[in-house]
Design a protein around this ligand. Structure first.
Ligand code: GDP
Ligand code: MN
Length: 390
C-alpha cells in the first residue's frame, strides 16, 4: 500500500525525522492562506502517489502567497503525468504547502528489504534528487548498500557508515544517525516495504531535513496495523486492481494486450515470461488462486475485458486442487454474463482436464483450444496480433 507524501511526513515527524513545516490544501485559496501562515515563501507540491513530480511541474517554488495560489490553481483538479504515473497521469486533489528550504546539497536515503540477504538494507547515495532507478543503471557505484541484521537491529555504526557513504561533514554524523534510527523504527514497526527520503538535504544553515517522503507498506503486514487503514486513498489505486482485490483475486495491471487468467502465481509468472519470449505483451498478471468459483472466474473475465487494449485472452490452467471442469464451467458462465469480444485461447491440463474440455466443446463458444504450454501462448500471441490462429 502506498500513501501520500504529506502522510509519510506526518509519520516521519512521529519518528523524530525532521521535515519542513507543512499545511495541506484542497483549494488555491487554502494554499494561499497556508503560504501566508508559513511566512510567504514556500513550496507547493502535488499530492499523488507517483514520484517524479519535480520534473513534471508538480513541485513549484513560490515567493509569495499569491504565487502559491497560482501554483495550486495550476495543479489542482488536473491530471499530473510523471515518469511513474503512466500516460493518463493521476488527478491532483490536494497540494502540500511546505516551508521552503535553502539547499546546500541533496542526498538519497532509504530503507528497503534486501531479498537475497533476507534483511533490511540502508540505501544511501550522495547523488540525491535523481531517481534511484536511473542512478542504479547509469552509476551503480554511486549507491551504497548497508545491510542491517535483524538480530542486532539498527546500531550507531550503521549511521556512521551511511554518513561516510554520503560524504557528510563530521558535525552531521550524529543527526544522520538519529534520522536513520527513526527511519529503521518506522520501517520495522509499520511493516514497510520501503521508507525513502529523496532528497534528504543539508540546508545552508547546516541542518538535515527530509524534503520528500515515500513510505510503502507490505500488504501482507497490513492486518497488524488497523491504524494505517485510514491512510488509504482509493482514488489513487488502479480501479481494476481494487476490483480484483474485492473478489479475492491476485491481479496486477501491466499495460499489454494479452489478458491472462492463470491459476497459481508460479504458473502465472511463467506464462508472462513465455508471452514475452514469444513476442507478445501481457495485459495483466492474474492468479485466480486454488479455490476459484464460477463467480470468481466471471469477475476475472469482466476485469480483463474492461480494458479496451486487450486483444486476446489466454486461460492457462493446471488443475491440481483446482479442477479443470470448475474453470470450464466458470468460463461458460462468464461468457453468458459478459460478451467475450476477443479471441479466447484455453489450455486445461491436470485434474478433470478431459471433463473441462468437454464442457467447453459442448458450450458452443468460439474457443481456441490448446494442449501444450508453448502452443497456447503461440496461439494467444498470434491472436493478439490479429493473425488467424487456426
Ligand atoms: P519528486 O520529484 O516527486 O520526487 O518531488 P520532490 O519532493 O523530491 O521535489 C523535487 C525537487 O524539488 C527536489 O529534488 C528539490 O530539488 C526541489 N525542492 C523540493 N522542495 C524544495 C525546497 O524546499 N527548497 C528548494 N530550494 N527546492 C526544493
Ligand atoms: Mn523526491
Amino acid at each position: 500500500m502506498k500513501i501520500h507524501e504529506y502522510q509519510a511526513k506526518e509519520l516521519f515527524a512521529e519518528y523524530g525525522i525532521p521535515t519542513p513545516a507543512q499545511i495541506l490544501a484542497r483549494t488555491p485559496e487554502e494554499a494561499e492562506a497556508a503560504a501566508r501562515s508559513l511566512g510567504g515563501g514556500c513550496v507547493v507540491k502535488a499530492q499523488i502517489h507517483a514520484g517524479g513530480r519535480g520534473k513534471a511541474g508538480g513541485v513549484k517554488l513560490a515567493k509569495t502567497p499569491e504565487e502559491a495560489r497560482a501554483a495550486a490553481a495550476a495543479m489542482l483538479g488536473k491530471p499530473l503525468v510523471t515518469k511513474q504515473s503512466g500516460p493518463a497521469g493521476s488527478l491532483v486533489r490536494k497540494v502540500l504547502v511546505t516551508a521552503c528550504a535553502d539547499i546546500e546539497k541533496e542526498f538519497y536515503l532509504s530503507l528497503t528489504m534486501d531479498m537475497e540477504r533476507a534483511c533490511p538494507v540502508i540505501v544511501a547515495s550522495a547523488a540525491g534528487g535523481t531517481e534511484i532507478e536511473e542512478l542504479a543503471k547509469t552509476d551503480p557505484g554511486a549507491i551504497a548498500r548497508i545491510p542491517v541484521a535483524p538480530e542486532t537491529g539498527f546500531r550507531p555504526y550503521h549511521g556512521y557508515e551511511a554518513a561516510r557513504a554520503l560524504g557528510l561533514p563530521e558535525a552531521q554524523k550524529k543527526p544522520l544517525t538519529a534520522i536513520l534510527s527513526g527511519l529503521y523504527r518506522l520501517f520495522t514497526e509499520k511493516d514497510c516495504s520501503l521508507a525513502e527520503i529523496n532528497p534528504l538535504v543539508l540546508t545552508k544553515d547546516g541542518r538535515l531535513l527530509a524534503l520528500d517522503a515515500k513510505v510503502n507498506f507490505d500488504d501482507n503486514g497490513l492486518f497488524r496495523h488497523p491504524e494505517l487503514a485510514e491512510l488509504r486513498d482509493p482514488g489513487e489505486e488502479d480501479p481494476d486492481e481494487a476490483r480484483a482485490k474485492e473478489h479475492g483475486l491476485s491481479y496486477v495491471s501491466l499495460g499489454g494486450d494479452i489478458g491472462c487468467l492463470v491459476n497459481g502465481a508460479g504458473l502465472a509468472m511463467a506464462t508472462l515470461d513465455m508471452i514475452k519470449a514469444l513476442g507478445g505483451e501481457p495485459a495483466n498478471f492474474l492468479d485466480v488462486g486454488g479455490s476459484a468459483t464460477a463467480g470468481k472466474v466471471t469477475a476475472a473475465f469482466e476485469i480483463i475485458l474492461s480494458s479496451p487494449s486487450v486483444k486476446a485472452i489466454l486461460v492457462n490452467i493446471f488443475g491440481g486442487i483446482m479442477k479443470c471442469d470448475i474453470i470450464a464451467e466458470g468460463i461458460v458462465e462468464a461468457a453468458k454474463a459478459v460478451s467475450i469480444r476477443v479471441p479466447l485461447v484455453v489450455r486445461l491440463q491436470g485434474t478433470h482436464a478431459q471433463a473441462g474440455r468437454q464442457i467447453l466443446a459442448g458450450s458452443g463458444l468460439a474457443i481456441i483450444p490448446a494442449d501444450g504450454f508453448r502452443e497456447a501462448v503461440e496461439k494467444a500471441v498470434a491472436a493478439s496480433k490479429g493473425a488467424c490462429a487456426e
